[in-house]
Design a protein around this ligand. Structure first.
Ligand code: PMV
Length: 358
């Protein structure tokens, strides 16, 4: 079992210059992470589907420099300098410095872009931090070719976690667990691990993301996680996440979609219930979020087509369904749900299997 100490790079060489490019996808949690301890340690374990189409593509160019007492980097978004992203990246480098001391030996040029529209309400922090972490691991591999694949991917996820918690679930695998769970072998608070006992019913599972509100979130997830400290329902909620993870583990391996729907929708509403019952309290759903949820329930009742929803920390709705009902569900979305989306916009995605080197 890899521990935090194992991720401290100690022996490595240096190179004059190099360039790398990785894409990393977004992910959607089925059992939600909401609440954390020090150092991005989750208050409860979570599990997610890795997406395929919503991703960040990041290129990293490194050039050796003469001094090594500070981080030095340029940050470009879609090819243009993006000063307002820099403080977040600076903070990330400071957090990972002890694990990647070699970073200060280079000037870095980071050029990043997303495949999904900017400010679509789809968080780019998971895919963005995962893509950057992959590139940093490619640099580590270039200066220390002896590292194993297991170390490479586990440390990439470990670093991504320090950037943005759920980013650690965007590195490797179609379904990823993050956080210690008694019944999931190898699960860790430090990094995400692939969960591979998946029934064929979930193969190419679809996620159509309905863009209900593309505005800036009124409450960031950082603030939201913090509000779980002293939250009246926190302890029960954390225990429930462990229970739901046990249930969904069995559901994913037996292919029981009816039970899958119960857990996934309950988790989405519980996440928002935690927001509504914190102090201060807040609501991230919009009227159209509720309209869509009600339409999905009505459609499911009437047709018996196993379509369900989940939410992340925002108003957008992720519509989840098996591949074999894709045509019916897309027709339903066109006929009945598009009217609730901002400018009629939605994104078709499905399960993918993680970061790729380009
Ligand atoms: O990774 P963060 O700190 O942005 O938190 C993400 C939290 C949720 O998206 C609401 C749930 C999850 O598990 O992804």
């Amino acid at each position: 079992m890899l521990t935090e100490k194992d991720f401290i790079a100690t022996s490595y060489n240096s190179i004059e210059s190099a360039s790398f490019e990785w894409s990393a996808p977004s992910n959607i949690a089925l059992v939600k992470y909401w609440g954390k301890k020090e150092n991005q340690i989750p208050a409860n374990p979570s599990i997610s589907f890795t997406l395929n189409n919503c991703k960040t593509i990041t290129k990293l160019e490194v050039v050796k420099k003469s001094e090594n007492n500070s981080f030095s980097f340029d940050l470009l978004f879609e090819g243009k300098p993006k000063e307002d992203f820099k403080p977040k990246i600076q903070k990330f480098f400071e957090r990972i410095e002890q694990y990647c001391p070699f970073l200060k030996e280079y000037h870095l040029k980071i050029d990043t872009q997303n495949t999904f529209p900017h400010s679509s309400g789809i968080a780019s922090s998971a895919s963005g931090m995962a893509a950057l972490a992959m590139n940093i691991m490619s640099l580590e591999k270039a200066i220390n070719p002896t590292i194993s694949d297991k170390y490479f991917y586990s440390k990439a996820s470990f670093l991504a976690r320090l950037g943005s918690g759920s980013a650690c679930r965007s590195v490797q695998g179609e379904v990823v667990v993050w956080g210690n769970h008694a019944k999931i072998n190898g699960s860790s608070d430090l990094f995400g691990v692939e969960f591979s006992e998946i029934h064929s019913n979930f193969k190419n599972y679809q996620d159509t993301i309905l863009l209900v509100d593309k505005g800036e979130k009124q409450v960031s997830s950082t603030v939201g996680h913090d509000l779980m400290h002293n939250h009246p329902y926190a302890e029960r909620r954390f225990a429930q996440a462990h229970e739901n993870l046990s249930s969904i583990k069995a559901i994913l391996s037996t292919g029981n979609i009816a039970e899958f729907i119960k857990i996934v929708e309950s988790e989405a509403l519980t996440l928002h219930a935690m927001m509504m019952t914190s102090m201060p309290y807040f609501i991230l759903m919009k009227p159209n979020t509720l309209e869509i949820i009600n339409k999905i329930w009505k459609f499911r009742n009437e047709t018996q087509i196993p379509v369900c929803f989940t939410l992340d920390a925002g108003a957008n709705v992720h519509v989840l369904y098996p591949e074999n009902v894709k045509a019916n569900v897309l027709q339903f979305i066109q006929d009945e749900l598009v009217g609730y989306c901002q400018n009629g916009q939605y994104i078709c995605d499905q399960i993918g299997n993680g970061a790729k080197s380009n």
